[in-house]
Design a protein around this ligand. Structure first.
Ligand code: CAP
Ligand code: MG
Length: 431
């Protein structure tokens, strides 16, 4: 019988990729009865030029667009993609290629996109963050310690005025930012316009009382044109940030909002809600490392990256590798996890650690991240026995203790708010 498929044409384990190619690391499991090479050939074919059967017409020049499987080691697979396959500056098209049909093929049992190494020539098409971490620090006049913030809790339900009053207590406790929760946008009980109005008034009051700059991550997530309108409103009220639930909003919308907020001179806080739908299963989906890479490429200024010690999943190694992807000019490779990545002119972005944190866990988080971090402690301040302002003070005292190299217990001897936080939570790790 004539040959009906041509997947083997996409596998060459002696191939050495050129520096200009995008190299992608997958983990995969072939289906019952199919060899790794046959399955790998299907992945490279379907994510570049191929289809399931041989074709009656195949111009020679197509070869120049074909992906090549160049390494198979156990369940790890590396595929090289010629640069002309990819539209300059179009993240969506990249995702449709290397994170598209291949997840649904019968030719794979499991498939996980771990990372992609992006050559300089591909980076050229992308702007990255408008401000580096240093630029954000200069904007907020916070030069050494982590930037700090909190979400009013319960996560939704407050009126705009109640929300702003909780925010005021958060700012007066020493935090830099008041953050909307991922599912707070403009519900009847807390309309966006009212929240922006009240938060700006209380921000001004907190700034005049403390002498420190205060700001907010206010959630503009909505249809894209509406997000632009909401960003304008934030800008009109003197806010320096807009918050977007970037996975829910989608890559195209984030690219649009990045351009729009750049013109307003605003930074973007990226919440990653919904990422666990495809990042959590270690055998199938897309890694959070790759999502973080794409978001830095598009140009968010910070994105949630986990705590390793809080209430949400994410190991210490995962957290550290995400932080490296966001912060480093050259991200070091990690065997079987991520490629080395030279970011060229793409500015750095902050990792954001949040989720089940309280003052007793601050040293654990800073031991992992160091101080180039946005630290969000929400339930962990509003649950303080003496209220939000005391909770924020306790968290700030915990940061000071870590930066001064002393234990929380020693610091607590002279810091009542921290002592009271330790009485309630100690070093508890929530689940
Ligand atoms: C944390 C949080 C954040 C999570 C998101 C929440 O509140 O506001 O959305 O941190 O997870 O809604 O749970 P708490 P991640 O501090 O009260 O837990 O940062 O992993 O994306
Ligand atoms: Mg939240």
């Amino acid at each position: 019988m004539a040959k009906i498929d041509w997947y083997d044409q996409f596998v060459d384990l002696s191939y050495v990729p050129s520096d200009d190619e995008i190299k992608v690391l997958f983990s995969f499991e072939p289906p019952e009865g199919m060899s790794r090479e046959e399955s790998a050939g299907r992945i490279a074919s379907e994510s570049s030029t191929g289809t399931w059967t041989t074709l009656s017409r195949l111009p020679d020049r197509m070869k120049g667009l074909e992906a090549t499987v160049y390494e198979i080691e156990g369940n790890l697979l590396k595929v090289a993609y010629p640069l002309p396959l990819w539209e300059e500056g179009n993240v969506c098209q990249l995702m449709s290629g290397i994170a598209g049909n291949i997840f649904g093929m019968k030719g794979v049992e499991k498939l996980r996109l771990l990372d992609a190494q992006l050559p300089r020539k591909y980076l050229k098409g992308h702007r990255g963050p408008n401000l580096s971490m240093k630029g954000v620090r200069r904007m907020m006049k916070v030069h050494k310690r982590p930037l700090t913030g909190a979400v009013p809790k319960p996560k939704v339900g407050f009126s705009a005025l109640e929300h702003a009053k909780v925010g005021y207590e958060t700012w007066m406790g020493g935090f830099d930012f008041v953050k909307d929760d991922e599912n707070l946008t403009s519900q009847r009980f807390n309309r966006f316009e009212k929240r922006v109005e009240y938060l700006s008034r209380f921000r001004d009051k907190a700034e005049s009382r403390t002498g420190d700059l205060k700001d907010a991550f206010i959630n503009i997530t909505a249809e894209t044109e509406e997000m632009k309108r909401r960003a304008d409103l934030l800008h009109d009220h003197g806010f320096r940030y807009a918050m977007v639930d970037v996975v829910v909003a989608g890559f195209a919308a984030v690219q649009t909002i990045r351009e729009y907020t750049r013109d307003l001179g605003m930074a973007i806080h990226a919440h990653r809600a919904m990422h666990s739908a495809f990042t959590r299963d270690p055998s199938h989906g897309i890694s959070m490392q790759f999502i973080a890479k794409i978001m830095r490429l598009i140009g968010v200024n910070q994105i949630h990256s986990g705590t390793a010690v809080g209430k949400l999943v994410g190991s210490r190694e995962e957290v550290l590798s995400i932080a490296d992807i966001l912060r480093e000019r050259v991200t070091p490779g990690r065997e079987n996890l991520i490629f080395e990545q030279d970011w060229g002119p793409i500015r750095s972005a902050f990792p954001v650690s949040s989720g089940g944190l309280h003052p007793g866990l601050v040293p654990d988080v800073l031991d992992i991240y160091g101080t180039d971090l946005v630290l969000l402690v929400s339930g962990g301040i509003h649950g303080h026995p003496d209220g939000t302002r005391a909770g924020a003070k306790a968290a700030m005292q915990a940061v000071e203790a870590w930066m001064d190299g002393i234990s929380l217990e020693e610091k607590a001897r002279g810091s009542r708010e921290l002592a009271r936080a330790l009485e309630k939570w100690g070093h508890h790790r929530p689940r």
